[in-house]
Design a protein around this ligand. Structure first.
Ligand code: ADP
Ligand code: MG
Length: 329
């Protein structure tokens, strides 16, 4: 007898969960993306217990009873079917791993209703297994209640930071998703306190709602997004928001292009407020590098760098307001 065994499903799901669900914020990101993929126009997020208890409800397309049961299985997805689809993604999700992972490390209640169904369905899942099923009267959409995240993975639980730190990460994730979906109304409650509320009424309103009046008034629109004037510079790069095909990405290449674009306008150690939405041929960008999908690989990195750099330089050279802030009130 050899010593190698194939891991049973429960164990392999928990291991996968280690990659997809690093902390409450990364779990919330996955759930938000599911709601967005489902075409929701309103998403409500309630967080308690340092992020271990989370309820997300949306008004998206919902799931049939069969799909509800399937949704928590590993590699169960309605979003891709063939390997070609991987390089032609139009959705955030595609691995079919998020719900299986989340359900394997928490106590989940999942409810959903489609437009065409009379009533909805609700299942409870414990350690990845469905433990009960009920019919439920509800509006169209999906609600997922996660309780006691990491209850069965003590090591991971130990890695949770203190409440304030986890809440800050959650707020940042929701902000980044809300910023790129200005047609969707987001509400985030932390321990019952409303900390983010967008109305889903377009980009300018969303910027106003996520930041403030001062931010909006010191931004210049340009072909790739928005550039802040010198009034909005900060000591960190935290306000360089870059998106590729609707996905927030952290990219050294894009950050460099931005900073080089502002060039001498920036004083040393100061970074601009920038929002950039890039559309790139899906064949030229690989989001498959890491399960969190935050890391991307560009096949034409140089071209993208040049494009971003040039567009920003144009604004720096032409638009006086970018160097001398608008002082209207
Ligand atoms: P993926 O998003 O990669 O497909 P998930 O595990 O996140 O994998 O979700 C599995 C499936 O469950 C999705 O493909 C989708 O069909 C369904 N699903 C999950 N969340 C929702 C939701 N909020 N509304 C409608 N369907 C959902
Ligand atoms: Mg998903």
């Amino acid at each position: 007898m050899g010593r190698i065994k194939i891991l049973d499903e429960t164990v392999s799901n928990i291991i996968a969960a280690g990659e997809v669900v690093e902390n409450p914020a990364s779990m919330i990101k996955e759930l938000l993306e599911n709601s967005l993929d489902a075409g929701s126009s309103a998403i409500r997020i309630e967080v308690r217990n340092s992020g271990r208890d989370v309820t997300i409800s949306d008004n998206g397309v919902g799931m049939s009873q069969d799909d509800l049961f399937l949704s928590i299985e590993r590699h169960a997805t309605s979003k891709i079917f063939t390997k070609d689809d991987i390089f032609n993604l139009h959705t955030y999700g595609f691995r079919g791993e998020a719900l299986a992972s989340i359900a394997s490390v928490s106590k989940v209640k999942l409810s959903s209703k489609r437009e065409e169904d009379e009533g909805g369905n609700s299942i409870t899942v414990l350690g990845g297994k469905v433990t009960s099923h009920k019919e439920r009267s509800m509006n169209r959409g999906t609600e997922i209640e996660v309780r006691e995240l990491f209850f069965n993975t003590p090591a991971r639980l130990k890695f949770l930071r203190k409440k304030g730190t986890e809440y800050a990460k959650i707020k940042e994730i929701v902000l980044k998703e809300a910023l790129v979906s200005p047609e969707v109304a987001f509400t985030l409650y932390l321990d019952g306190r409303e900390v983010i509320k967008t109305s889903g009424r377009g980009m300018q309103n969303t910027i106003l709602e996520l930041f403030n009046k001062n931010t909006l008034k010191n931004l210049v629109e340009f072909p790739l997004g928005y550039l802040g004037n010198l009034e909005l510079t900060r000591a960190t790069r935290d306000h360089i928001y870059t998106y590729v095909n609707g996905r927030y990405v952290k990219s050294a290449l894009l950050e460099k292009a931005v900073i080089d674009g502002y060039y001498t306008k920036l004083t040393k150690g100061r970074y601009p407020f920038v929002i950039i939405f890039l559309q790139i041929d899906p064949h030229e960008v690989d989001v498959n590098v890491h399960p969190s999908k935050k890391v991307v690989k560009f096949s034409e990195g140089n071209t993208i760098y040049e494009e971003v750099l040039e567009r920003i330089k144009e604004v720096m050279e032409e638009d006086e307001e970018i160097v001398s802030p608008v002082l209207t009130t």
